[in-house]
Design a protein around this ligand. Structure first.
Ligand code: AKG
Length: 281
């Protein structure tokens, strides 16, 4: 990795970092973990202007904060920033991050599902409880999101709150993120008495990883700082597309899997193999 310092010419996000076995163990036991310093401040300083611009260009909801619903108030959301420019592409397709994802999932290779910027504005609302994989028409539970702050995130803002061990329970509800998922899972969290964990505060370039079925939420941003976060979602190479039996999954099939039919291997041009064991040989 490049040392922390000023903006650098071109970061190399393809290099190898050694994963702390404790992070791997926590991920397998609880469905989430944190990897501190996965990118340096200098690397993020170089790439952040591109991600900021890509986020502004591709954000889905342009209404003012106060006109949005609970989901819309949670963050400015923009997906597919990988196509914004070369710097963003190199970040999203960085083998450093994908190798960590593959190691955590214990698979030979991972493909890109999609990337997504999640910028929680000053005054932005909480992120309702949800499971990501309810959106994903994939026949595997070997799926993972890397969530990386592009700014320091103090304890007052915080990061996601995870319900430990829920990654082993599969689909707990067909509710997509919103008021209904918040109500449903809030009750379930109380009823099942799951242990809740969080990894904040964060320095820029730290990253959390959580599986597609790990139940999570995030607190509101009551500070004056934009909580700029970039995420990259990966799935195990070889996964197949499942039948579209939910409108959200059908939309995702069209948006992120190249519209390929149910039953086919998820390997469209939008889902490149970002890391495979053979790349290191
Ligand atoms: O950043 C947040 O507030 C929530 C992120 C999230 O739900 C995710 O990355 O799956």
């Amino acid at each position: 990795m490049t040392p922390v310092g000023d903006v650098i010419a071109e970061p190399d996000f393809d290099d190898r970092v050694d994963l702390d076995p404790d992070a791997r163990d926590l991920f397998r036991r609880s469905g989430h973990c944190v990897v501190r310093g996965l990118a340096t401040a200098a690397e993020i300083a170089t790439v952040k202007p591109s991600i900021d611009a890509g986020t502004e260009a591709r954000r889905w909801d342009r209404r003012p904060l106060e006109e949005r619903d609970t989901y819309g108030r949670a963050f400015v959301q923009a997906g597919g920033i990988v196509g914004h420019d070369e710097r963003t592409r190199r970040f999203v397709l960085g083998r450093r991050f994908a190798r960590v994802a593959a190691e955590l999932l214990d698979v030979d290779g991972v493909r890109l599902y999609h990337d997504q910027a999640l910028y929680k504005e000053p005054g932005g609302g909480f992120t309702p409880w949800h499971q990501d994989q309810v959106y994903w028409p994939l026949d595997t539970d070997r799926t993972v999101t890397m969530w990386m702050p592009l700014v320091d995130i103090p304890r007052e803002i915080g990061g996601m709150v995870f319900a430990d061990g829920t990654h082993r329970l599969g689909n707990l509800s067909e509710e997509v993120i919103g008021d209904a998922s918040q109500r449903f899972f809030d009750d379930l969290v109380r009823e099942r008495d799951w242990t809740l964990s969080s990894h904040g505060p964060f320095a820029v370039g730290d990253a959390t990883f959580h599986t597609g079925w790990t139940l999570h939420s995030a607190p509101a941003n009551n500070t004056d700082t934009m909580r700029a976060v970039m995420t990259v979602i990966y799935f195990a190479d070889g996964a197949r597309i499942t039948p579209s039996d939910h409108p959200a999954r059908e939309l995702d099939r069209l948006l992120w899997l190249g519209g390929a039919p149910a039953g086919s291997v998820a390997d469209s041009e939008h889902n490149p193999l970002v890391w495979h064991r053979s790349f290191d040989e």
